[in-house]
Design a protein around this ligand. Structure first.
Ligand code: ATP
Ligand code: MG
Length: 641
């Protein structure tokens, strides 16, 4: 039973039904009707001959044969049209299922697992058409093939009216060709890891070539030729793998010919003998001759199975992937209906003994992190690249859950909150914030996307843009991408201002926790100082978490923590940490020194020469060269400038 349900036609039919019930019923009904018609014609011709021989009226038989013949000719083209339509609908339906599968889990781990990424590419193939034709084309082949195959079976039934054992022998022989040629009709190891890996490499090369984002570097690195070669080579490898798996095995082909030859000889000899002895009527011979030709269609199955396979494979892949993604992307849920994050935190956010390793593997980022973030104040987090600052933010907004330990808000584990309700409390500008190819309004208040125009939103957007210094960059309705009619493009720093406006608007709309991950990395010097003042002003009284490598930004926070090796190693105000003379001071002084030496300033042309020599003299900067203060261009300028 399970086997039938999972067979390619059954899977395909279910997908068709889900995509478009009306068209699906029409398509599959046409398969059956068109398959039966030729056998009806065969029997009709037999009846016609019998009527002539017996001297009866031929009108009925003639009309039946004529009508059947007309139907056979008319239904073919109609079926082709229906097949293309149902195929397109099915593709669209699968694409929608895929996007839903990717975007609906509350976590994001399912999008980062290498294995699932491979499967995603494999499942999307029906869209890219790297391995097979689009489903709309396959549906046409499947229709033609199934009509022939079932038509062959119907002809075997017609043949059985003359010789039942002959029908079984001949029908069985042709049908067994499927079994013998099975290995060449389905790509059995299509699902194997190396196939998917090749597919993914081909897909990546393809995207490097056709997408706008990598276009700059592809040209500058001069790798355009390599991209094309790589795509062609990987695709070639795929075809080789397919051929290796599906090529005809000579031995089975010979067996097929031998079996077919023997049964045909037996049945034909029997028919001819019957005719010679007068045991068989002319009508029976006409039916047998027609049916024998028709039954051969049972043998074509092998050639259309690949179409069936290439239409059903993506359906199976999408369904399988959707189930796995729902699993992997799920967050551990122990919601407590009584726990309501509204208005929280009132006291603090606390990372308690948090251990975390990314689901995709690798070293643990944290083994035992303890950090208390006081509510209603600003906290800056500093630390080297890769120390886990952004990870902390992802845990705070529950894109992942800690491996052990907990993130608590006023003593309540955030896993007890409804995840959406908790996320509404938190406004985050990520380091790699999303640049939506939507209107300015939607970029500043993403919550308004698809919600229709809310007149209350525009003033919020305007105010946020002014504070972020992004007013006048584009009208609220203008799409922020040149890829659209009337759209516009922004520079990196301009985009960063829009992202900051996004956080500011969220604050005005009620978010209680604001997280800014490298919010000023792309701003010009004047912009940074100016905007930062305003930003702190606007978020006063809210819990603000600020991650930055720029000490000119960091020093304004009420409290600063330094993270190293997965732990908080220093905590205090700027003054306290400077007085402590530890890691914070080392990093601060390094950045200040670089600024004072002009190493990072724009006018430094000969920076390379002075660089390490000068720094060596700063004896308290032991090991400082490895610290990542270098991103900042004007660390302690307030003291030195
Ligand atoms: N999605 C991910 N899957 C697996 N490992 C990751 C992922 N994101 C980050 N990591 C790893 O986790 C560690 C911490 O990364 P994180 O992005 O939190 O660092 P960071 O402190 O924000 O660094 P930066 O200053 O460069 O922004 C790094 O070793 C990184 O390689
Ligand atoms: Mg980061």
């Amino acid at each position: 039973m399970g086997k039938v349900r999972d067979s390619a036609p059954a899977v395909l039919a279910r997908a068709n039904l889900r995509a478009s019930p009306g068209l699906a019923v029409a398509y599959w009904a046409l398969v059956v009707v068109r398959a039966v018609l030729p056998a009806v014609l065969t029997l009709g011709l037999g009846a016609l001959v019998r009527a002539v021989q017996e001297g009866r009226s031929v009108t009925g038989a003639l009309v039946a044969v004529g009508a059947t013949f007309a139907l056979v000719s008319v239904l073919g083209p109609i079926h082709t049209q229906v097949a293309a339509l149902v195929g397109d609908r099915t593709s669209g339906h699968l694409q929608a299922e895929l996007t839903r599968a990717c975007s609906s889990p509350k976590g994001i781990a399912h999008l980062e697992r290498p294995g699932l990424a491979d499967e995603l590419v494999a499942a999307r193939d029906f869209d890219l058409g790297i391995l097979g034709p689009p489903i709309s084309v396959s549906m046409g082949f499947v229709a033609a093939g199934l009509v022939e195959l079932l038509g062959g079976a119907a002809q075997a039934v017609a043949l059985a009216t003359v010789t039942w054992w002959g029908a079984i022998l001949i029908g069985g022989a042709w049908a067994s060709t499927h079994w013998l040629l099975r290995s060449s009709s389905f790509w059995i190891n299509r699902d194997e890891t190396n196939v998917k890996a090749e597919q993914r490499h081909a897909d990546y090369a393809y995207r490097l070539a056709v997408e706008a984002a990598p276009a700059k570097e592809v040209r500058l690195f001069g790798i355009g030729g390599w991209v094309v070669d790589r795509f062609a080579a990987r695709r070639r490898r795929l075809l080789d793998l397919q051929w290796e798996s599906m090529r005809l095995k000579q031995r089975s082909l010979l067996t097929v010919f031998a079996v077919l030859a023997v049964v045909h000889v037996v049945v034909l000899v029997w028919l001819v003998r019957g005719a010679l002895h007068g045991d068989r009527t002319l009508a029976e011979l006409v039916v047998a001759a027609q049916a024998l030709v028709g039954v051969t269609a049972l043998g074509v199955g092998a050639s259309f199975s690949w179409a069936l396979d290439s239409a059903a494979a993506p359906v199976k892949a999408v369904w399988k992937l959707a189930a796995r993604m729902a699993d992997e992307g799920a967050l551990a849920a122990s919601p407590d209906p009584a726990a309501d994050p509204a208005g929280l935190p009132e006291r603090e956010i606390r990372f308690r003994d948090v251990a975390f390793t990314y689901p995709s593997g690798g070293e643990p980022v944290y083994e035992r992190l303890n950090l208390t973030i006081p509510a209603g104040r600003s906290l800056a987090i500093v630390g080297r690249n890769g120390v886990g600052k952004t990870t902390l933010v992802k845990l705070l907004c529950r894109l992942y859950d800690p491996t052990s330990g907990a993130v608590e808000v006023d003593g309540a584990d955030i896993r007890r909150f409804d995840v959406d309700q908790w996320r509404e409390r938190v406004a985050v500008v990520f380091q790699d914030f999303v640049r939506l190819e939507l209107s300015m309004r939607d970029n500043v208040v993403p919550a308004s996307i698809g919600a229709g125009t809310d007149p209350a939103v525009d003033p919020v957007v305007q105010r946020a843009l002014v504070v972020a210094g992004a007013e006048g960059l584009a009208e609220l309705d203008r799409t922020l991408s040149k890829a659209y009619e009337g759209g516009t493009d922004l520079s990196g720093g301009q985009w960063q201002r829009v992202a900051l406006a996004r956080a500011l608007a969220a604050v005005e709309l009620g978010a209680g926790v604001i997280v800014l991950d490298e919010p000023t990395a792309q701003l010009d010097v004047r912009g940074e100082a100016e905007i930062f003042e305003r930003l702190l002003d606007a978020t006063r009284g809210r819990t603000t978490i600020l991650i930055s490598h720029r000490f000119s930004t960091v020093r304004h926070a009420d409290c600063i923590v330094v993270i190293e090796h997965g732990e908080v190693v220093e905590q205090g105000t700027h003054e306290e940490l400077m007085a402590l003379d530890g890691r914070y001071r080392t990093m601060f002084d390094l950045q200040a020194a670089r600024f004072a030496l002009g190493l990072d300033a724009e006018e430094s042309e000969d920076g390379e020469d002075v660089d390490m020599d000068h720094l060596d003299h700063l004896d308290h900067l032991d090991g400082a060269g490895q610290l990542d203060g270098a991103d900042g261009i004007h660390g302690g300028e307030v003291d030195h400038g």
